[in-house]
Design a protein around this ligand. Sequence first.
Ligand SMILES: [Fe+2]
Length: 381
Amino acid sequence: MSETPVHGPDVKTAHQDLHSEQGALHGEHPGRSRNPVIKVADLAWLEFEKPDLERAEVFARDFGFQVAARTESALWLRGSFAGTPCMVIRRGRTSRFIGPAFRAAERADLDRLARAIGSDVRDADVPGGGKAVGLLDPSGFPVRVVHCGEQLRALPEQRPLLLNFGTAHRRTNATQRPPREPSRIQRLGHVVLETRVFSRALDWYLDTLGMIVSDFQFLDGQRERGPVMAFIRCDLGGVPVDHHTLAMHLGPGTGYVHSAYQVTDLDSIAAGGEYLKERGYQRSWGIGRHIQGSQLFDYWRDPDRFMLEHFADGDLFSRDVEPGWAPLSTSGLAQWGPQATRDFLGAGPSPQRIRDVIRALRGDNEMDPARLLGLLKAAKS
Ligand SMILES: [Fe+2]
């Protein structure tokens, strides 16, 4: 996998105080693969299963999605931007996250990928048609790489408010009245996953899908054991992309942590948040501004307790930016905002969490007592 870190003339090192306290030490993970199978262009959509599509649609509209397609067995949700849908919820017996679908840069990438893993290119079950290759990542998540035949057309969206700053008066003889309505989702931004096999999963995404690391995080006092969290972006060369489209961290469980959807601006986050609160939904954590990725954020729980994030104003990095390295800590999650909640941190000792810990400590994976202790310490720091 790993290529050695490159320091070309146009390569910004993390030491320039760009996005993290420090860069890699000699011999640490370079955060990108020398020769990946393909380079995916973006996260396309996330797949869920739920028994009650009607209830799912009510929350989806309140959160700010629009319906791209609805059948007896599937609900396709979208944002206002042109492109692919953001999410599909398939009717099923349980309420669960299935896996992510990534967008191939070109159709030929699907053939290359299928050849490399000894699989086939199949028809993608997506409105408008398309092709897909199905994979399984080392954590056990089914991952699809898709190439869609037809793009969804852009829809009208919320306009950013015209703001007055200091003596820069751009709005005069006019009032500011952000509407009390659902935020309007523009697009899917990222998904965060927990895994017991972080290092293997990380290398798989870099080597197979050509993604690159924006920021690594390590356990305080255990840096020499390698990172336990990575914020990972797509590699579109000189084209700047989201700081992370996928984030993964080591933990006792394997599962979905949250997914994030871009909205217009801070007012859209705040007014849309009031709308959700009035309808009785539970805010998990927010409003604040992150450090890794710099997004303005607000986290909510859907009726099945899946966590979803509204965000705006995130960092965009081109290939030129090297990975930053920082210790994992709760205080390192935000520049400002309320203290991270126990709900957001998943800190409650639920029966499921206790089962996860026992299973992780007994099993063949990357969790061990020292790391578990390190993770608990990070949650309190
Ligand atoms: Fe997020």
